[in-house]
Design a binder for this molecule. Structure first.
Ligand code: B3K
Ligand code: ZN
Length: 894
């Protein structure tokens, strides 16, 4: 497929002032009538009106009420071009679409008998012919007509202005959105739903109606989403002075959805996974995810909707910024809830959230940035835009915004945001416009900073300290260097602006006051800005040689290469006052141990876990001064996918052997400690979503996991007991997961019992599928997991048509179970190719996500590369491959 280039942007020749849409909804033949008021854009080069359309049937088209002359209208590969005379024109178009045949879940589709839409990025063109690009901002009025019995609820963006019955058992509703918006923010819902409602006042005292729409029977699971929405509204008012601008705000849950959720103006449509929660079906993590996704979509109302993207290359303008906003929101919410336990508890809750976010970045984004899909947060080209809703655009994009926040301070950042809205409200703009506002509001040159938008790849920062005691100057010279390895199409990289938060720890484990050159504030964490390839910083008046703690709080999205020995890592694990870095020290130490064990396993040597590591691990685990949630984070081993990325040559089998050996050792050698922790952290009282309780549950579940892995009898008994009488999903699923990931013969019975209890609950069933697909073989007699996955595909609860099911079963197997996926016989790759092909015929976006599981294949052993290469070629040779999958496979094979 041809690449689309960022540099090829041309402004619209025709603006669309107003769009009137009329839907006659029918499952197999929906008629869409649209009326566009077009106005010539005097600022753009003259050109015909260009309308995109895809998989839709044109019934009729008139210009100013008449058929256009034959030579004035051209059908193109992706739509229609109409030559228009004069300064304005009115176009009327009728199209027919078949929602029942739309398996892509993009455009208008059916889910459980209801009509739903998904238009970002380019789904609107699958509904009607339109200038379907984000800089075409238009005022919409929408009329929906549907069968009143099957679709009693008719929703669209903005305000409901009229509704009533029609002949033949049908009814209609008319909606008007007062704000101009691009077509990707259009939405409609026509379905049989019920709503939870709240009326609240905005900061300026306007009453607004909030609704969460769900299927009948799910109202008891909608309260947490509603609470999250109200918290999000308050937070945006307090933090950024941004208020809800509509009289009504709706969230709709749908079971069939390609991604998490969508920020359509006033009518957010959500994957039901990010709405529905009650204690016995949702885990603490589900509650937390719902809160952050609800916030994310709500925050888009300003960062994305009121100010949107000029073109899709600017996607991180709204996504990076909005992820940063939702991360800050969640940290504030968790911190606020934890405050009851004191200031330290609040700080720890925030740190744990930061750790979670960085885990995601390091696992998903670092791998992406090191592979064939590496791209800057603002890409320069793409074949299929849907492939660019990536960890880079989202998560690295959020880190880039976070660095601005760090460099400018909260107040400076807020001033930049205020200026951004004052200049650009109602516009479709670029990332430069955003950064320019930050620069102007703070009187700061951010030209070099802009390189973060254009350069792909994860920068490496190395640090070297030289302590000078002899000359009695007691100076630490810290030399930082940066280097970004080449990425596809970008051989040369320039130095970036990298904020590095530095602390220095004294021999007794406490932070030393810092004196950096002339700056004498004596704070214990200092931000230095690395802007050159190499730079030195001198810290003076140090009576002892300190241990540096660098990149505190993960102040920049880089790989910090430290030359620290085991003793130093253990020291920082025990003392680093920065919770993030303390966790990171534990992760680095664990990584070092695992990778050494993996090398031993590969060489056929016996696997022995160093005692010093076990001691450092024990000390951290049993330190009651540390919050349980933090301990659960620090004691969880780095993700397998992350470790694979850290191996010089990725080799899943010895890595798995190493991880199993380490888990057995830590579970067995520390079994008394784990059992004590388990007993001490029992949570009493009814379930509540609260970081203090969640932390205790997380630590207990981790204890069960280690104990079960090591086959400790009392641990397995505890897991059984917890599983037998759980009243919340966090404990129930935690116990089940421990049992399944053990050699206990009782694991099948537990899986069956869980299935009996939840067979009719699609979201809980997803957990059951994911757990089995991601299971490790602790029992050497057990069959390969692929056999189980194949069998589960025939389970009546599974459906290849439902993205959640595909991600739970296939996604977990391909991404979360490398050792089983990469079995030496290559059976996993054949299965992968079969599934990608089957999925691609139905739903290219889902197929492409699944296909990406093998994009980093060149990092693996030669045996693996041989087998994967054959299957990649097999997929490439399929005729009629979607552009989505074709782009991934092409780039992987390049
Ligand atoms: N903006 C949507 C993502 C749309 C993905 C299209 N393939 C959700 C979000 O980021 O909030
Ligand atoms: Zn978003």
């Amino acid at each position: 497929a041809p690449s689309i280039l960022r540099s090829a942007y041309v402004p619209l020749a025709w603006r669309i002032d107003h769009l009137d849409l009329h839907f006659n909804l029918d499952p197999v033949a929906t008629i869409v009538k649209s009326r566009l008021r077009c106005v010539r854009n005097a600022l753009a080069p003259a050109a015909p009106l260009r309308l995109f359309g895809e998989d839709i049937e044109l019934l009729d088209l008139t210009v100013n009420g008449a058929q256009p002359a034959p030579d004035a209208m051209t059908r193109t590969a992706d739509g229609i071009e109409i030559a228009l005379a004069g300064e304005s024109a009115e176009i009327e178009i009728a199209t027919r679409i078949d929602p029942s045949a739309n398996t892509t879940l993009s455009g208008l589709y059916l889910s459980r008998g209801g009509f739903f839409t998904q238009c970002e990025a380019e789904g609107f063109r699958r509904i009607t012919f339109f200038p379907d690009r984000p800089d075409a901002m238009t005022r919409f009025t929408v009329t929906l007509e549907a069968d009143a019995a099957t679709c009693p609820v008719l929703l669209s963006n903005g305000n409901l202005i009229e509704q009533g019955p029609l002949d033949g058992g049908r009814h209609y509703a008319r909606w008007e959105d007062p704000f101009p918006k691009p077509s990707y923010l259009f939405a409609l819902v026509a379905a049989n739903l019920v709503s939870l409602e709240r009326r609240v006042n905005t900061a300026s005292g306007r009453e607004v109606l909030l609704q969460v729409w769900v299927e009948d029977g799910n109202l008891d699971r909608s309260g947490h989403a509603m609470d999250s929405l109200i918290h999000s509204m308050r937070w945006d008012e307090e933090t950024f002075g941004l208020e809800l601008d509509l009289d009504r705000f709706m969230i709709v849950a749908v079971s069939d959805f390609n991604m998490g959720a969508m920020e359509n103006k006033g009518l957010n449509i959500f994957n039901s996974k990010y709405v529905l929660a009650k204690p016995d079906t949702a885990t603490d993590v589900d509650y937390e995810n719902i809160e952050s996704v609800v916030a994310h979509e709500y925050f888009h109302n300003w960062t994305g909707n009121r100010v949107t993207c000029r073109d899709w290359f600017q996607l991180t303008l709204k996504e990076g910024l909005t992820v940063f906003r939702d991360q800050q929101f969640s940290a504030d919410m968790l911190g606020r809830m934890a405050e009851a336990g004191g200031e330290a508890a609040a700080a720890s809750a925030r740190a744990v959230k930061r750790i979670d976010d960085v885990r995601v970045l390091r696992t998903a984004q670092f791998a992406e940035d090191a592979g064939p899909m590496a791209h800057p947060i603002r890409p320069d080209s793409y074949q299929e835009i849907n492939n660019f809703y990536t960890a880079t655009v989202y998560e690295k994009g959020a880190e880039v915004i976070r660095m601005l926040h760090t460099l400018l301070g909260a107040e400076g950042f807020r001033n930049g945001m205020d200026l951004y809205f004052s200049y650009h409200d109602g516009q479709a703009v670029t990332c430069d416009d955003f950064v320019d506002c930050m620069a102007e509001a703070n009187g700061r040159d951010l030209d070099q900073f802009m390189r973060w938008y254009g350069q792909a790849g994860t920068p490496r920062v190395t640090a070297q300290g030289r302590y000078d005691a002899e000359s009695r100057s007691y100076t630490l010279t810290l030399t930082l260097t940066q280097h970004t390895p080449p990425t596809p199409g970008q051989p040369e990289k320039l130095p970036l602006v990298i904020p590095v938060a530095v602390g220095l720890i004294g021999p007794d484990g406490t932070d030393l006051p810092l004196r950096l050159q002339a700056d004498n504030h004596g704070a214990t964490t200092k931000l230095v800005e690395l802007t050159e390839a190499e730079q030195s910083f001198q810290f003076t008046d140090l009576d002892f040689e300190p241990v540096p703690s660098l990149l505190r709080g993960f102040s920049a999205p880089v790989i910090l290469e430290l030359d620290e020995d085991d003793a130093r890592l253990a020291f920082r694990m025990a003392h680093d006052s920065d919770a993030f870095n303390r966790w990171d020290a534990a992760q680095r130490y664990a990584e070092r141990v695992v990778l050494a064990l993996a090398a031993d396993a590969a060489a056929g040597r016996p696997l022995a876990v160093p005692d010093a590591f076990v001691s450092a691990f024990r000390a951290l685990l049993t330190n009651d001064a540390l919050d349980p949630a933090f301990r659960a984070q620090a004691a969880a081993l780095p993700a397998e996918a992350y470790l694979l990325e850290r191996m010089a040559v990725a080799d899943p089998a010895p890595l798995r052997a190493a991880l199993m050996a380490l888990m057995r050792e830590l579970g067995g050698a520390l079994s008394d400690e784990w059992l004590t922790l388990y007993r001490k952290h029992e949570v009493s009282g009814p379930y509540r979503y609260h970081p203090a309780d969640a932390g205790r549950r997380a630590l207990r579940n981790l204890a069960l996991k280690y104990l079960a892995a090591a086959g400790v009898g009392e641990g397995l008994e505890r897991a059984h007991a917890q599983f037998e009488r759980f009243d919340n999903m966090t404990e129930g699923f935690g116990a089940l997961a421990a049992l399944v990931n053990s050699a206990s013969p009782a694991r099948e019975a537990a899986l069956d019992a869980f299935h009996r209890r939840y067979r009719d609950d699609a979201l809980v069933l997803d957990k059951w599928f994911a757990l089995q697909a991601g299971a490790w073989r602790w029992d050497a007699e057990a069959a390969p997991v692929l056999e189980r996955v194949r069998m589960l595909m025939d389970d009546p609860g599974f459906s290849i048509e439902n993205p959640n099911k595909v991600y739970a079963l296939l996604g977990s197997f391909f991404r979360a179970n490398p050792a089983e996926f990469h079995l030496p016989d290559g059976s996993g790759y054949v299965f992968w190719a079969d599934q990608v092909r089957a999925l691609d015929r139905r739903n290219p976006q889902v197929a492409s996500r699944v296909a990406r599981a093998l994009e980093s294949w060149r990092r693996f052993t030669p045996e693996i590369r041989d087998r994967v290469g054959v299957q990649l070629e097999r997929v490439r040779s399929v005729t009629g491959l979607s552009p989505d999958v074709a782009e991934i496979i092409d780039k992987a094979l390049q």
